[in-house]
Design a binder for this molecule. Structure first.
Ligand code: MIG
Length: 787
């Protein structure tokens, strides 16, 4: 563990502390060789560390931190010993070594959470100026690591090394790195204690979790400041919520955005789009949105239409709307270099396109041919971009937008993106592409979100992005990019969405069925069974193989597909409620087992089973022709959704998984709200909803969130959050409901269904009066008793 540290000559170190000063919100430490360390007390659980090599801090600007995040500070007591300076907050202590600047974080009892090995050190960057800023920390015994966004590897990152540099990786394989997203945030878990570290630096960065040296974890970036947030737990879920609130949570989506969506590269012409839409309705497979990929445009020019394929877009969008479909369109960042294209001319005139240091425009080949690229890190450019959505959204009626290729991706160049020397505004902090690359996609999605939101005139929208930086979730949902129709990728879809969720990005999904190549009917069925439990649920495929509609794989697949999409629609109030918790307090909508029950033995590598929402545990079937599945159930008691059989937690089980079932378990004591099946959100007036009540001997809390499902009225109080507290005993069970918010839901009745009860239900009393349970109960009940 305490192996001796080798210092190399290239690297510089802070040396001794010569002075320190405690301020209200931070403490400053000065080293003998002119380095300054500032430790900010963000709140009781978060300390921020900034190192200035020559004592000068950069302008404090971040795209990662939510501007709405309020630092509440912490009361800190300083203490000095011969060797250390201690900063004691209520539940967290930071210890800095006088000799070396090495930092350790301890909990209130003095138990070690995290400690520097060499700690901060740096190397001069001779080529670009500035420094390569580096941090090394000790790996604690048995430590596991999580986070980092979309890495397509095992859930536990221990033993791996990863890079953040957004890359268009068509048909990526397991282990590919880097991918599209840049989320420099990770967790450590050891001795059942978790913490998180957010390295808020947008340069190309690296994380090594004991790969180079078994006992050392390190992270570094090719420029900028060593600037990181230490987020205390000890519960991983608390760390996740704290990180997500620090980097921001999204608005509530419109409920239709949680419905099923169908996409392909590409559906055209109009008659094809209509044919697909009609088929969904004919087969009664619920669907809320249909996507137009790049071929809807005129020569791939953004914000135009190919009038041969789509002669009257507004009429088509209106007709689709009348049939319950939202139209979604793709928009890429490349603007075709074309003197007859007004958007190109305007961008040119106003100086909105990215340039090289020496002046020339950045020119790159993408779908339209040679393109220029807006500098989305310039607020004025973002405003312009937002304004371009007026016609698409307000006039034509498109409901939401999909941003692709925003790593940014360039064809036919070796590095697949802009050269390093490209200049960016970076919101007034002019810099090169080295620093702006990893935030480019996020700023594009942000500008898109602002524009679309504006022209939706009070109706919520859906934005999707492929690339982005930490905090992208404030503006947009994501998909996992160009995956492949293989069984391994089905497993990967499960792992990547779990990893994204604990990286603050719950609103994520994979291309169901796989983007590259053709799935078998069986794989398609297994994929939708998983996909309905991901917040973003969309079929997409590259279109250069066969069709990938639910009905393209034969009768059995069609029926099973329909059945699972129907299940999704029944679960909509449950998923919507999970979204509300994410929006409100950063609770991930997908919870990996180890985040659910971190003190269980042997769970730190589990990455098949996960929770979708608070109470449903799912384990995808990722093996061809499987009829049984071994799986692990964490702490609690679980009720098999298919059989109502009760299963013990913290144990392995073998369950049946015929093709018409995905292993799926409800936490005992949970109340799962269900809507009736609709073909699209809003098809029916929901006048009653069903509460599925799962017996527990003991207490469990569930929630149900409602609002108008499509406007921002919820922000000013028009919502309703019911909390159900269930308490079961041997021969009776009570549910107490408390209601917050004054929104009146469209439904006035709860229908009740009982699962896994050890006694036959004879009597139900509502607020002291006996009722006939078949007729349902009033939604405003205070106390319900079941005998
Ligand atoms: O170079 O727009 O990941 O979802 O269908 C390929 C065409 C560009 C990549 C996206 C994919 C999309 C495709 N795009």
């Amino acid at each position: 563990m305490n192996a001796t540290i080798t210092y190399t000559e290239k690297e510089s170190y802070p040396g001794k502390i010569v002075n320190h000063q405690l301020h209200d919100t931070y403490c400053e430490f000065f080293s003998e060789n002119s380095l300054t360390l500032r430790i900010y007390f963000v709140n009781e659980h978060i300390f921020r560390f900034r190192y200035a090599v020559e004592g000068h801090f950069e302008n404090d600007f971040s795209y990662g931190i939510d501007p709405k995040f309020e630092s509440t500070g912490a009361e800190v007591r300083i203490e000095e010993s011969t060797d250390y300076i201690f900063l004691h907050a209520k539940s967290l202590t930071c210890r800095v070594a006088k000799e070396s600047f090495a930092v350790a974080m301890l909990d209130a009892k003095g138990v070690l959470l995290n400690e520097d090995e060499k700690g901060f050190h740096w190397e001069k960057n001779d080529k670009h100026g500035g420094y390569i800023v580096q941090m090394t920390k000790r790996v604690q015994t048995g430590e596991a690591y999580y986070g980092l966004g979309d890495k397509p590897v095992d859930f536990n990152l221990r033993g791996g090394r990863f890079e953040n540099w957004g890359t268009d990786e068509y048909g990526y394989q397991r282990g590919a790195d880097p991918l599209y997203k840049n989320i420099p945030f990770y967790y450590g878990l050891h001795h059942e204690m978790g913490y998180g570290i957010f390295f808020d630096n947008s340069f190309r960065s690296y994380f090594d979790f004991g790969k180079e040296r078994n006992s050392v974890m390190s992270f570094w970036a090719q420029g900028g400041e060593m600037n990181y947030y230490f987020i205390a737990g000890p519960k991983l879920l608390d760390v996740c919520e704290r990180y997500t609130c620090l980097t921001g949570t999204p608005d509530m989506p419109p409920m239709w955005a949680l419905g099923f969506q169908q996409c392909k590269w590409s559906y055209y012409p109009e008659s094809k789009v209509k044919e697909i839409a009609a088929k969904f309705r004919e087969l009664q497979i619920p669907c809320d949105a249909i996507y137009l990929d790049i071929d809807y445009m005129d020569g791939f020019r953004c914000f135009t239409w190919d009038k041969e394929k789509f002669p009257d877009p507004k009429r088509m969008v209106d007709e689709l709307k009348a049939d319950g479909f939202k139209t979604m369109v793709i928009i890429d960042p490349g603007i075709k270099k074309d003197k007859d294209y007004p958007i190109f001319n305007e961008g040119l005139e106003k100086g909105y396109f990215c340039r090289h240091t020496d002046g020339p425009y950045v020119e790159g080949k993408v779908w339209p041919g040679e393109c220029y690229f807006p500098d989305f890190t310039n607020p004025e450019v973002r405003d312009w971009w937002a304004g371009l959505y007026g016609e698409l959204i307000e006039e034509i009626g498109v409901a939401g937008v999909w941003n692709d290729m925003n790593e940014p991706a360039i064809f036919e160049v070796e590095n697949k993106t802009f050269p390093d020397n490209v200049l960016h505004d970076y919101d007034g902090n002019q810099t090169s592409h080295r620093k702006a690359h990893n935030v480019y996609g996020m700023q594009m999605a942000r500008a898109t979100a602002e524009g679309v939101k504006k022209y939706r005139r009070g109706k919520r929208t859906l934005i999707i992005t492929r690339s982005g930086y930490a905090g992208l979730q404030r503006y947009t949902s994501v998909w996992t990019g160009d995956n492949i129709a293989t069984w391994e990728h089905l497993w990967l879809a499960g792992v990547q969405t779990q990893r994204l969720a604990v990286s603050g990005i719950s609103f994520a999904g994979s291309d169901i069925g796989g983007f590259v190549e053709q799935p078998s009917a069986e794989l398609m069925v297994r994929w939708i069974q998983l996909g309905i439990f991901h917040p973003f649920c969309r079929v997409h495929s590259s279109g250069d193989h066969g069709d990938q509609e639910p009905w393209s794989f034969g009768e059995e697949c069609t029926q099973l597909f329909k059945q699972f999409v129907e299940l999704r629609y029944r679960l909509l109030p449950y998923i919507y409620t999970a979204f509300y918790r994410y929006h409100k307090q950063g609770t991930p909508m997908i919870t990996p087992i180890v985040f659910f029950d971190q003190s269980a033995p042997d769970v730190k590598d589990k990455d098949h089973e996960f929770l979708s929402g608070q109470h449903i545990l799912v384990c995808p079937v990722v093996r061809e022709k499987a009829v049984n599945r071994r799986l692990y159930l964490p702490e609690s008691e679980w009720i098999n959704y298919w059989t109502d059989e009760r299963l013990e937690g913290r144990k392995e089980h073998e369950v049946k998984c015929p093709l018409d079932q995905i292993p799926m378990f409800i936490k005992a004591g949970a109340i799962i709200p269900n809507y009736p099946i609709q073909q699209y959100v809003g098809e029916k007036d929901i006048t009653e909803i069903t509460l599925h009540i799962y017996y527990k001997n003991g207490t469990e809390v569930s929630h149900l969130y409602e609002d108008d499902r499509e406007t921002y009225a919820y922000e000013s109080g028009a919502h309703r959050l019911s909390e159900f507290k269930l308490t079961g005993a041997d021969s009776r069970l009570n549910i107490e409901q408390s209601i917050e918010g004054d929104f009146t839901p469209t439904f006035n009745k709860y229908l009740l269904e009982f699962h896994g009860f050890p006694f036959a239900v004879n009597e139900v009393m509502v607020d002291g009066e006996k009722v006939d349970v078949k007729g349902g109960v009033n939604v405003n009940f205070g106390k319900l008793e079941v005998f």
